[in-house]
Design a binder for this molecule. Structure first.
Ligand SMILES: *Cc1c(COP(=O)(O)O)cnc(C)c1O
Length: 352
């Protein structure tokens, strides 16, 4: 049977009002792409995979949570949704609101959102509001706005978002036949960490797996509140999707790291960009900088001897597609050359 999307494929395993009619773009069922070259650089016998969430309809894992959140919102009679966003939540909320035929308001930090994400939110017809402030400011604003109006909040503080996003863990188990030994992922607002841990915990409870993975969460060094142990007021990183100084799901994510025997760590922007480039050039997986952060941090942990992955299965969550952040993809790279329109000129150029 054709794929139904997250709500109808997993309805019996989601907390969702019975009978709620799915608002879906047939998200989910993303590939678990083997990364053999990068695996070799991590050590002997490492099995490394990317859960490539950039292949969801609006280009990030946010679609998994958004289909459930908007389905529930519409079932509850909502006429409008609102979110704060570093970009991907905005694009996703806008897409699902369009699908549902309801209004969408997105609040973003001015000048800090990748071009393709802003373009998405606008293309899907959302009302885009930029603020002179941070993501954390925006989240406070929309939390309060949703209390003072009929706007339904669809940030990952909304439990339906976690429900939808946990299905990525189910799919990993479907593909591997068990949980992996390690899961590494970027940590911004920490909703996705919370969701994967819930998903793997559900799987263990139902007996579909024999274990839960060790979870390694990774923040950018300039935006690493959970590593520092306190909120960061002016987070800075090239990885804009995780440029968050006070994660809303801090406690839940901390529980996941502790219970799994994992930890949260930080990596430099240079290491993030180098891993994004390695994923694209060595494996053909083009992701935005934030999405390479989990694997960049995992590789650093291995290099430092904090983790021994030899003979183990590792899943890196690659959270969003690179095409939404063209500026970072091209920054610091040579511009393409222009030549005369002759074959001789082309062959000269190729041999240079
Ligand atoms: C939202 C997002 C993250 C961070 O996820 P959290 O749930 O906020 O921790 C990482 N990468 C991308 C591409 C995202 O869109």
């Amino acid at each position: 049977m054709a794929w139904q999307g997250i709500v109808d494929e997993y309805r019996s395993r989601l907390e969702l009002s019975p009978g709620a009619k799915a608002v879906s773009l047939l998200e989910g069922r993303t590939p678990l792409v083997p990364l053999p070259r990068l695996a070799r650089s991590l050590g002997e016998g490492v099995e490394l995979y990317a859960k490539f969430e950039g292949l969801n309809p609006s280009g990030s894992f946010k679609d998994r949570g958004m289909t459930v959140a908007v389905t529930q919102a519409v079932h509850d009679g909502a006429q409008a949704v609102v979110c704060a966003s570093t970009g991907n939540t905005a694009a996703s909320a806008a897409a699902y609101a369009a699908r549902a035929g309801i209004k969408c308001v997105v609040v973003v930090p001015e000048g800090k959102v990748a071009l393709g994400k802003l373009a998405g939110a606008i293309a899907y017809g959302a009302q885009v509001v930029q603020i002179r402030g941070s993501f954390d400011d925006a989240l406070l604003m929309v939390r309060e706005a949703s209390q003072r109006s009929a706007l339904c909040l669809v940030n990952s503080v909304n439990p339906s978002r976690i429900e939808g996003q946990k299905t990525a863990a189910f799919e990993v188990v479907d593909d591997l036949g068990d949980a992996p030994d390690f899961l590494c992922l970027p940590v911004g607002n920490a909703g996705n960490t919370t969701a994967y841990w819930k998903g793997f915990s559900d799987e263990l409870q139902t007996g579909r797996t024999t274990k839960r993975p060790v979870v390694v969460g990774v923040q950018a060094a300039g935006s690493a509140p959970m590593v520092l142990g306190h909120p960061v007021t002016d987070p800075q990183t090239v990885a804009t999707a995780i440029r968050i100084g006070n994660p809303a799901r801090w406690n839940e994510a901390a529980t996941a790291f502790r219970e799994s025997g994992g930890h949260v760590r930080a990596v430099s922007d240079d290491a993030i960009l180098a891993m994004a480039r390695a994923l694209a050039q060595e494996e053909g997986v083009f992701c935005e900088p934030s999405s390479a952060t989990g694997l960049a941090g995992f590789a650093k942990a291995v290099a430092e001897g904090a983790i021994d992955p030899r003979g183990k299965r590792v899943v890196a969550v690659v959270t969003g597609h690179g095409m939404k952040d063209p500026d970072n993809a091209m920054a610091g790279r040579p511009a393409p050359v222009t030549i005369d329109a002759t074959t001789d000129a082309l062959l000269r150029e190729v041999e240079r």
